[in-house]
Design a protein around this ligand. Structure first.
Ligand SMILES: NC(=O)c1ccc[n+]([C@@H]2O[C@H](COP(=O)([O-])OP(=O)(O)OC[C@H]3O[C@@H](n4cnc5c(N)ncnc54)[C@H](O)[C@@H]3O)[C@@H](O)[C@H]2O)c1
Ligand SMILES: [Zn+2]
Length: 345
């Protein structure tokens, strides 16, 4: 994989992009948007910038698939983009993963720039070089590691983001604080979501994630701490997709962080006071979600998590607020009990 790629956090996105394009001097500039970012985000940028080529695809995780990837490759082919062309991907994590994947594979790879427009993509998906699409029922099943030439982050795009999406992305910020920074956690836990210093938190999260993925780009050790909240959270998220109450990623991860923190507390890794701080804050932001599937079903799904080894369920668990261990084997009984705790908390 190439280096981590420049990550520029700015409040002057048009100027930054224009300088970047000037330096790269590509043979063409093509924008990749989805329906929403084409309407809400593209007008902010295109006024003074080159590139009238626009490829737009339908929004949503259900479109992060081979068929839509083919449409992107076809769009690039029809526009006769050569190997010196530049693809500017303007969107959330779905488009960043899929558009980056299409660019990284088109003619064996052309340059691409990521401009993440959701909070989740700004603090998580756009850092670390993981690209790909879903395949059949498997999430992120086909993909590559490849970094963009640059990632440009401007919080101005968050103004048009639906509140539920903003709140979903905020779960990754909470996660980053719990696993890496006790004092930042105690700061953010004093505010509601609307009062959070988002620009500062975006920089904090990006710096932290960059540090982790630079040390462990292929997830052989340390990078696994980023999975805190995600073993149980992913299981809940995927079951919720087929239930009457579909949860956004961050809403499921919020439950995952509560239940996994409870397990960490049972194992005397977190103190009861730390657990109470984590749970109190997360419930204040997300409330309590209803789950309409059995814990047996949840255990079945979690057991298939691709991060497990053999038949052991492995988790990343904090050993205090601000620090995290990984590859900790957890039993189905502990998971079941943690869900019971969530409903009674
Ligand atoms: N590569 C990684 O390391 C990594 C990490 C975490 C998540 N992901 C991936 O990210 C994806 C989820 O990303 P997401 O939560 O950003 O979802 P998303 O890309 O589907 O965006 C959510 C919704 O917001 C809309 N939207 C985007 N920006 C907007 C704006 N500024 N104003 C109004 N609407 C806007 C989108 O069109 C979409 O409808 C998943 O596919 C996940 O696998 C990847
Ligand atoms: Zn996540």
């Amino acid at each position: 994989m190439n280096s981590t790629g420049a990550c520029i956090i700015t409040d002057r996105i048009t100027e930054e992009l224009s300088v970047l394009i000037g330096n790269l001097n590509p043979s063409s500039v093509t924008w990749l948007t989805d329906d929403n970012t084409r309407n809400h985000c593209l007008p902010t940028l295109t006024g003074n910038l080159p590139g009238n080529n626009i490829i737009s695809v339908p929004a949503g995780e259900e479109n992060k698939n081979l068929e839509v990837a083919s449409r992107i490759w076809k769009g690039m082919t029809d526009l006769q983009i050569d190997r010196k062309g530049l693809l500017v991907v303007l969107g959330g994590g779905v488009l960043g993963d899929m558009g980056g994947f299409c660019a990284a594979t088109y003619k064996r790879g052309i340059d691409f720039v990521l401009i993440p427009t959701t909070l989740l993509a700004q603090v998580d998906a756009s850092v670390g070089g993981k690209l790909g699409i879903d395949f059949e029922s498997f999430k992120n099943h086909i993909g590559v590691f490849q970094n963009p030439v640059a990632t440009l982050i401007d919080s101005c795009f968050l103004k048009t983001l639906p509140f539920a999406e903003l709140r979903s992305g905020f779960a990754e910020i909470i996660k980053h604080c719990i696993i890496s920074d006790q004092s930042m956690f105690s700061r953010i836990s004093q505010f509601d979501l609307t009062a959070q210093p988002l620009s500062e938190l975006i920089s904090h999260s990006v710096a932290f994630k960059k540090e982790v993925v630079t040390k462990d780009p292929k997830e052989s050790g340390l990078r696994k701490i980023l999975n805190f909240g995600h073993t149980i959270g992913h299981g809940i998220e995927s079951l919720s997709l087929n239930s009457g109450h579909r949860l956004l990623h961050g809403e499921a991860i919020a439950i995952g962080m509560i239940t996994e923190s409870w397990i960490a507390c049972q194992r005397q890794m977190l103190s009861a006071a730390e657990l109470s701080d984590i749970v109190g804050f997360i419930l204040r932001i997300y409330g309590k979600q209803s789950i309409d599937f059995s814990t047996d079903k949840l255990i079945q799904v979690i057991s298939q998590d691709k991060k497990n080894k053999g038949n052991r369920i492995l988790m990343a668990l904090p050993d205090r607020i601000g620090s995290c261990q990984w590859d900790i084997a957890v039993t189905p009984e502990e998971i079941t009990a943690s869900i019971g705790y969530y409903f009674n908390a």
